[in-house]
Design a protein around this ligand. Structure first.
Ligand code: SAM
Ligand code: SF4
Length: 358
């Protein structure tokens, strides 16, 4: 709140300033009704993808008409508004972020906020298919870390899981990222009966190449062609199995998200577990998610959202946009309500993960 100093040592609220409802909140941090500070924005820059992972998409997806997407300039303006409001970490995701045309120009442009120090980290979650051609330019733009999704090291399994992906292309991409100086974290979705026998192999492979590994439980988001209860593998079981072979020490790191981290003492690497269904991570939630059409989702596990495209397009000035962001943050729910319906019911959240990018 704005204050004026009326006499030494005494602070008073200015009646003039508090009475003005249209007052710009231009630089005010984003604090939700539960006192959580929102300083992390994830942006899905496209809903499209060159893969069709079985837990993420149906094989035949209907994507958004291109005309509905925010332009790269609009995405830049939106991200910059969030950065002005105190967002320190920005993650681009999708769909597959690196298949959006000219995406590098957005990344290069956003890199200016790293130079001023306003933004602390600009990063990406990617399936790795395009890292072979983009890694060096990503590093030059200021990106220092990437999360790459990889569920198996077996080419046939890889094709079965991603439907359209090629393992060799992704591995080439991962090693190009490493060679360019990017720190790589591997994200693996743990899938019952599909890759559960391979988690140790993946852990060893990551240790050999200096990659951290995070395991993810499947989340019930969007209609897919398969039954999610067949895919669901609780990470508590995976952890118990790993603990038979490795010494896992809990780390007191919190990123404000659903991941819990451990150190694998034998290899020294960091192992994360993302368990939205078996853990409640909402109390420290510091993030919101923006879609490529400008919808802001305040919670991964809820369907409520706010349209930022209309205020963005309504004026060149950011006042309307700031007001819409404030109203959205004021509606951030306390927590999510994910349940995988064991009777094979509808997904807990109607949209696909590729809309908000996880
Ligand atoms: N295409 C990029 C990729 O695959 O990394 C970025 C977008 S993808 C939606 C982000 C992450 O969400 C990936 O690690 C993916 O494995 C994960 N994911 C997708 N659908 C999921 C689901 N239903 N449950 C859990 N994780 C999911
Ligand atoms: Fe594409 Fe990523 Fe979804 Fe796989 S998980 S279909 S790579 S968006």
């Amino acid at each position: 709140m704005d204050t004026i100093r009326s006499s030494p040592g005494r602070l008073e609220t200015s009646p003039l300033l508090t009475a003005a409802p249209a007052l710009r909140t231009a630089d005010a941090p984003l604090i939700d009704p539960f006192g959580r500070r929102v300083d992390y924005l994830r942006v899905s820059v496209t809903d499209r993808c060159d893969f069709r992972c079985v837990y993420c998409m149906a094989e035949h997806m209907t994507f958004l008409p291109k005309a509905e997407l925010l332009t790269l300039e609009e995405l830049d303006r939106l991200c910059s508004a969030f950065i002005r409001r105190g967002v320190k970490k920005l993650r681009l995701t999708g769909g597959e972020p690196l298949v959006r045309r000219n995406i590098l120009s957005l990344i290069q442009s956003l890199g200016r906020h790293l130079k001023t120090g306003e933004l602390e980290e600009l990063t990406l979650t990617t399936n790795g298919s395009q890292l072979g051609r983009f890694s060096e330019e990503l590093y030059a733009a200021g990106v220092r870390r990437v999360n790459v999704s990889l569920d198996t090291l077996d080419p046939e399994r890889f094709q079965a899981i991603t439907r359209w992906g090629r393992l060799d292309q992704v591995l080439d991409g991962i090693f190009a990222a490493k060679a360019a100086g990017l720190a790589v974290k591997i994200n693996t979705v743990a899938l019952k009966g599909t890759n559960e026998d391979e988690i140790e192999t993946l852990l060893g492979w990551c240790a050999e190449h200096g990659f951290d590994l995070t395991l993810i439980e499947t989340m019930p988001m969007g209609e897919i062609d398969e039954d999610r209860t067949d895919q669901y593998l609780p990470l508590s079981a995976v952890r118990a199995r790993l603990a038979d072979r490795f010494t896992l020490t809990d780390l007191a790191i919190s990123t404000g998200g659903p991941a819990r981290y451990m150190r694998v003492e034998e290899t020294g690497q960091r192992l994360g577990f993302i368990t939205p269904l078996t853990h409640n991570f909402c109390e420290a939630c510091n993030r919101v998610r923006l879609t490529c059409t400008g919808m802001l989702y305040m919670c991964l596990g809820q369907d409520n959202s706010a349209d930022l495209r209309a205020p963005l397009r309504a004026s060149r000035d950011d006042a309307l946009l700031d007001a819409a962001i404030d109203a959205a943050i004021a509606g951030k729910p306390k927590g999510h309500d994910f349940v995988i319906d064991r009777r094979g019911g509808r997904p807990a959240v109607a949209r696909h993960m590729s809309v908000t990018g996880g």
